[in-house]
Write a protein that binds this ligand. Structure first.
Ligand code: 5GP
Length: 194
C-alpha cells in the first residue's frame, strides 16, 4: 500500500452516493508534505516525458498542481469556471459536468497561455466519470497542445472515467485507485498497482 492509500484509509470518509471525502488532507485542508510526496511520485512516473506546463481545473486541482509543478520546474495554468458566457475569441471553452454539484459549468482558458508549442501534464484531485479531464483534453486539442500525461490523486476505478481516458491512449497515472467503498462500514478497497 502506498502513502496516499494509507492516508485515505486513515482520514478518508466514505459518504453515501459513492463520494469519498478527503477534505481533511487533500481538497479543503491540505497536507503539504503529503501533496509534495505526490508531486515527487508523478515526477518519477513521468520522468521520461518532456513537460513544459501543468494544466488543471478550478478549484481543488490548483493547489495540488502548484506543488507538483515545483518538481517539474514548469508553470501551472488552470481552466476557470466561467461566470457568464464569454465567447470573445480570446479564450478556449469547454463544458464540464460537475460530479459533485451535478451541474454543467463552462470552463475557459486564455489563448495566451496554451498553444501548439506546449507539452502538457494534466493534474487533478479526483477522476470519476472523466468529465473534468475530457474538458481539459478538449481545450488542449483546440490549442493543438500535446497531452504528455495525466496525473490523478484518487481515481474511482468503479466509475467509467479511467477506462475511457486509457482507451483514448493517454498515459494516466493515478496514485490511488479505489475499486469499491462501503459507506456503512467505512471500508475502502484499492486496486493493486505496480
Ligand atoms: P469527473 O469529472 O471525473 O466525473 O469528476 C472529477 C471531479 O469531481 C473532481 O475534480 C472532483 O472535484 C470531483 N469528485 C468526483 N468524485 C469525487 C469524490 O468521491 N469525492 C470528492 N471529494 N470529489 C469528487
Amino acid at each position: 500500500m502506498n502513502f496516499l492509500e494509507e492516508r485515505i484509509l486513515k482520514d478518508g470518509v466514505v459518504k453515501e452516493g459513492n463520494v469519498l471525502k478527503v477534505d481533511s488532507f487533500l481538497n479543503h485542508q491540505m497536507d503539504i508534505d503529503l501533496i509534495n510526496e505526490m508531486g515527487k511520485e508523478w515526477k518519477r512516473r513521468f520522468a521520461d516525458k518532456n513537460i513544459n506546463k501543468i494544466l488543471t481545473i478550478e478549484a481543488s486541482g490548483i493547489g495540488i498542481a502548484c506543488i507538483a509543478a515545483q518538481h517539474f520546474g514548469v508553470p501551472v495554468v488552470f481552466a476557470k469556471k466561467a461566470k457568464s458566457i464569454n465567447i470573445d475569441g480570446e479564450v478556449y471553452i469547454a463544458e464540464v459536468k460537475s460530479f459533485t454539484h451535478k451541474k454543467v459549468n463552462q470552463v475557459i482558458l486564455s489563448k495566451r497561455f496554451l498553444s501548439s508549442a506546449d507539452h502538457v501534464l494534466l493534474i487533478d484531485d479526483f477522476l470519476a466519470n472523466g468529465d473534468a479531464l475530457q474538458g481539459l483534453i478538449s481545450i488542449c486539442n483546440e490549442a493543438g497542445a500535446t497531452v504528455e500525461g495525466i496525473g490523478i490523486a484518487i481515481e474511482k476505478g468503479f466509475q467509467i472515467g479511467g477506462t475511457v481516458i486509457r482507451n483514448f491512449g493517454y498515459d494516466l497515472e493515478s496514485l490511488a485507485i479505489v475499486e469499491g467503498m462501503n459507506h456503512e462500514t467505512g471500508e475502502v478497497f484499492f486496486r493493486e498497482q505496480k
